[in-house]
Design a protein around this ligand. Structure first.
Ligand code: 13P
Ligand code: SF4
Length: 323
């Protein structure tokens, strides 16, 4: 039997090796709140989609290592096209981005020429390239409110975020693309109600990618940053039911070490307590080892056609200038 040796030696101290490579390549590590705790702990900046897009636009590092999913790294590349943007696992996708294939989306936009196209950043660069405005869950209401009320809007790809924005703005003239997040769509209302009944004092924190029947139980609806802020401003000894991807609880625990955090169960989770049941399978593809490997080999890197970058930049910059 022939034993195959790995072509690279495996560092015993991954964290130190990552720090060394970071310095060598003048790199910055950006991590989304849904990343594994050990990745969040290595990051220079942790944030929601909007905070990370701003960091990507402002950094003076030569290399951006984006610990998140593909559309987030693409957004960083669009904002900093001359930098190297690395994604530890190129397969880290997003069901929302997949739900709006570029050719179908373009045809939909062309069929509604009188509509302003507002696109959630959870979309591909090609979809952003045929959009007027981008939004994140942090600023979607603000961006939509900046568009004259009589102007019809085509909102894509998340039907639930779109529904929430419609509710918040009172705007009826929003046509919604029927995409959804495979993580936020599958929380169980019955099990959530059972959990609320068991913990009557708990604050219920819900991401707006959840459907309305889940959102109606919320004390706070907001982006991952908004939910974290609710913990920071809430009772330090309180109980919080977290209805979003559980990676965010790592930062919530640091913000309120004495508080109790309960994960809301999904329709596929076992009844009773739930631990890491509703993880995003894409976010969780990145590991510390892949982070080290991508810094070591400077790949996988994001590459985009210059014309896509040029066209997709405009709706993102409009968004950043509004909120
Ligand atoms: P946030 O912008 O709220 O962090 O959301 C990103 C995301 O992918 C939620 O599923
Ligand atoms: Fe996409 Fe949902 Fe995962 Fe966020 S949680 S990256 S919206 S699949």
């Amino acid at each position: 039997m022939v034993l195959l040796r790995p072509t690279v030696s495996r560092p015993t101290h991954l964290a130190q090796a990552i720090e060394d490579l970071k310095r060598q390549h003048n790199a910055v590590i950006l991590a989304h709140y849904y990343q594994l705790p050990e990745i969040q702990d290595m990051a220079d900046y942790i944030g929601d989609s909007l905070q990370l897009a701003r960091q990507a636009a402002e950094t003076d590092a030569d290399t951006i290592v984006f610990c998140g999913v593909h559309f987030m790294a693409e957004t960083a590349k669009i904002l900093s096209p001359h930098k190297t943007v690395l994604l530890p696992d190129l397969e880290a996708g997003c069901s929302l981005a997949t739900s709006a294939p570029a050719a179908e989306f373009r045809a939909f936009v062309e069929a509604h020429p009188d509509h302003t196209v507002v696109t959630y950043v959870n979309s591909t660069a090609a979809v952003k390239a045929v959009s007027d405005y981008c939004v994140t869950s942090s600023n979607a209401v603000q961006v939509v409110n900046s568009i004259p009320p009589e102007q019809p809007i085509l909102f894509a790809p998340d039907q639930y975020l779109g529904d929430w924005v419609r509710e918040q703005t009172g705007r009826e003239n929003m046509l919604l693309w029927q995409g959804s997040c495979e993580v936020h769509e599958v929380f169980s209302e019955q099990r959530l109600m059972d959990l609320i009944a068991e913990h009557r004092q708990a604050q219920v924190l819900v991401h707006p990618e959840c459907p309305r029947h889940i959102r109606q139980h919320a004390h706070v609806v907001g982006s991952t940053k908004a939910l974290l802020d609710a913990v920071r401003q809430g009772d330090p000894h309180g109980t919080f039911i977290v209805v979003t991807e559980p990676g965010i609880i790592h930062q919530m625990r640091q913000a309120a070490p004495q508080a109790t955090f309960l994960e809301a169960p999904g329709i596929r989770s076992q009844a009773g307590s739930c631990t890491s049941c509703n993880e995003c399978p894409h976010m969780k593809r990145n590991t510390l080892e892949k982070l080290w490997l991508c810094l070591e080999h400077q790949k996988p890197a994001i590459h985009l056609a210059p014309e896509v970058v040029e066209r997709a930049r405009l709706p993102i910059e409009r968004m950043l200038s509004i909120g």
